[in-house]
Design a protein around this ligand. Structure first.
Ligand code: ADP
Ligand code: MG
Length: 140
């Protein structure tokens, strides 16, 4: 086990339904600690850059429209095996496939409006954290 940092977003479907606190409680009770956090609105360029890896996928334009449709909370989470732990707490991309007790099972509206983002590797976590935060904004 290693102490890691991962990047997380509370997506617009969750902020719209006033579920920010519920998401945070599930992350914290799952063993993760918020070490940086801000509420922002993504513009098209920022959202397209963030999801650039998906730009050839058929859902890319809809995904960018969704992610710019309202406020998001971007955050850095710290904990033992934080990258994998966060993905466990989130659940599968499609809420229909997500395990009981996960954020997406409990809260997500659809495969697109699925309430949370989480980095899929330690390498991508570092890239995504740097896309939103300066080192001096992360306070462990
Ligand atoms: P995850 O967020 O679980 O890592 P992906 O990286 O595969 O999932 O996809 C990024 C985001 O794109 C998803 O969280 C979801 O919001 C959206 N998405 C993924 N697959 C689809 C799909 N088939 N239709 C619509 N939106 C999708
Ligand atoms: Mg992903």
């Amino acid at each position: 086990m290693a102490l890691e940092r991962t990047f997380s977003i509370i997506k617009p479907d969750a902020t719209r339904r006033n579920l920010t606190g519920k998401v945070l409680t599930m992350l914290e009770e799952g063993g993760l600690r918020v070490v940086a956090q801000k509420r922002v609105e993504l513009d098209q360029e920022k959202a397209e850059g963030f999801y650039a890896v998906h730009k050839e996928r058929p859902f890319f334009n809809d995904l960018v429209a969704f992610m710019t449709s309202g406020p998001v909370v971007v955050q850095v989470l710290e904990g033992e095996d934080a990258v994998a732990r966060n993905r466990e707490i989130m659940g599968a991309t499609d809420p229909a496939d997500a395990d009981e007790g996960t954020i997406r099972k409990a809260l997500a509206e659809s495969i697109e409006a699925n309430s949370v983002h989480g980095s899929d590797s330690l390498e991508n976590a570092a890239i995504e954290i740097a896309y939103f935060f300066n080192e001096n904004e992360i306070v462990g």
